[in-house]
Design a protein. Structure first.
Length: 478
């Protein structure tokens, strides 16, 4: 009975398609103590909520949601004034009635909820009532355990709480066994916790694999998720299940993300709509990631799924933009050898990235009129002075075309000990090869000109260099 987190929008999701001709939804609503009020029929989709329909109740609290299309199966909610709501399950039966009473307490809506005309809905209503009742009992028992000073009475409350837990587990098993095709059964299985065995031990009782339980849990994390059931998309549970796995269960490294995404997306192919949603979820997640190097995952999703015909729903114009973006970032992924850039120096001398011989090269793309560049440059100069004797060179690339402005900036900032260069004839293609869309832009290359850091700030650069030199000295990195 918590409030909605997102503003309801009277719009259709692009994924809610495929209405069946001749079928309609007809949902009668009666709510005591709520005359002449506007209520909404809403639905969950992924991690958001949307409004599907609206109706104004009459003076007796009656109203009807009507539509000429078929509602996709899932968990819906009826939103009342004051941002309170109760949930209903909708599957194949779409002509039914619900009634309840509101006395000021949001839990009244579930306690007084009744339905007619849908077996799926009745099962869900009964389950909600069961869980609401057990939840209230559990709260009272936890308070008693917390405040009780008599140990015997505290144990009595603890035992009662355990009985409640067993009753809930028994209810879950009953639904899964007797109604395996129901929405609520699919939800319960999706949220079912994995029973993790004890780790292996040697003859002396010492654990032989400290990572055993984590590996077991990770390997079985999706055991109870039915990827063929698109109804899960229209609940509050599928999206966080996937998101939690990628946030908590795997390392935030592009190669790991790519490997795990392949596995999950193969599971999701069991249903076209589930596959579509899962691919979009992961693509958006890593397209918007602030983790350095995660653009490799973006390229993977784009090339493996979107640009080779595995996403037939995608708009042609959008695909064109994705293709262009891939061409911009693919040449400078972390781990690849940086493209050579041939520039002119301060004395119109020839400057090539590949001719710079040092353990590390910092590529610094900047322009004097950029406010962020003005802040970053003195920080980078201080850092470069600190690491110059350790084999760190800076190739400062002026991105504009006014030589006097450039030379004045070098003098003002004291950058004479950098390798300074520019491209007055726009022939080096550094903007394309290094995805220079804004300034400042900083890259870190090793002695073989492999990219080990990209589009980082000076603070991150310092941390990376510190870690690099610690590794060289066999010291643990931060």
């Amino acid at each position: 009975m918590n409030t909605l987190k997102y503003l309801l929008i009277l719009a259709f999701s692009t994924l809610l398609t495929g209405s069946v001709l001749g079928q309609t939804y007809h949902i009668k609503v009666h709510i005591d103590n709520l005359p002449d009020s506007t209520v909404y029929l809403g639905y969950y989709f992924g991690d958001k909520q949307y409004a599907k329909d609206t109706v104004k109740l009459d003076s007796k609290g009656n109203g009807t949601f009507d539509g000429k299309d078929t509602l996709p199966s899932g968990i819906y909610f009826i939103l009342l004034p004051g941002n309170i709501f109760f949930e209903i399950a909708i599957d194949k039966e779409q002509k039914f009635s619900v009634s309840t009473k509101y006395n000021g307490d949001p839990t009244d809506l579930v306690k007084n909820l009744e339905s007619k005309g849908s077996d799926e809905l009745k099962l869900y209503v009964d389950y909600q009532k069961f869980m609401t009742g057990r939840g209230e009992q559990a709260i009272r028992l936890r308070d008693q355990i917390k405040n009780e000073k008599d140990e015997a009475l505290k144990k009595q409350s603890t035992d009662s709480l355990q009985i409640l837990h067993e009753q809930v587990k028994a209810k879950w098993l009953e639904i899964e066994t007797n109604y395996p095709k129901s929405i609520i059964a699919s939800i319960l299985k999706c949220n079912k916790e994995i029973e993790i065995p004890e780790p292996p031990k040697d003859t002396n009782g010492v654990i032989t694999d400290s990572m055993f339980q984590y590996k077991f849990y990770k390997a079985h994390y999706f055991d109870y998720v039915d990827f063929s059931d698109a109804r899960l998309l229209r609940t509050q549970f599928y999206h966080p299940k996937i998101d939690r796995y990628f946030e908590k269960m795997i390392l935030p490294m592009p190669d790991t993300v790519i490997k795990e995404s392949r596995i999950i997306l193969e599971k999701a192919r069991a249903n076209e709509e589930v596959f579509k949603y899962t691919l979009q979820l992961l693509f958006n997640k890593y397209n918007n990631s602030n983790i350095m190097g995660m653009d490799k995952a973006f390229v993977f999703f784009a090339e493996t799924y979107y640009l080779n015909g595995n996403a037939p729903w995608a708009d042609t114009a959008w695909l064109k933009k994705v293709e262009e973006r891939v061409s911009e970032i693919k040449p400078n992924l972390i781990g690849l050898k940086a493209k050579d850039i041939k520039l002119l120096g301060v004395e119109d001398n020839f400057v090539s990235l590949y001719t710079i011989s040092s353990d590390y090269v910092v590529l610094f793309f900047y322009e004097p009129g950029c406010g962020h560049c003005k802040k970053a440059t003195p920080k980078l100069k201080q850092l470069a002075d600190k690491y110059w004797e350790k084999g760190v060179e800076v190739l400062g690339v002026y991105t504009q075309f006014k030589k006097e402005e450039w030379l004045e900036f070098i003098k003002e900032q004291g950058l004479e000990n950098w390798i300074n260069a520019w491209d007055p004839y726009n022939q080096s293609h550094f903007r394309t090869n290094y995805d220079v869309r804004s300034t400042p832009s900083i890259y870190l290359l090793d002695k073989n000109k492999n990219i080990i850091g990209k589009r980082i700030d000076v603070e991150t650069l310092e941390q990376m260099l510190d870690d690099e030199f610690k590794k060289k000295n066999n010291l643990p990195a931060n």
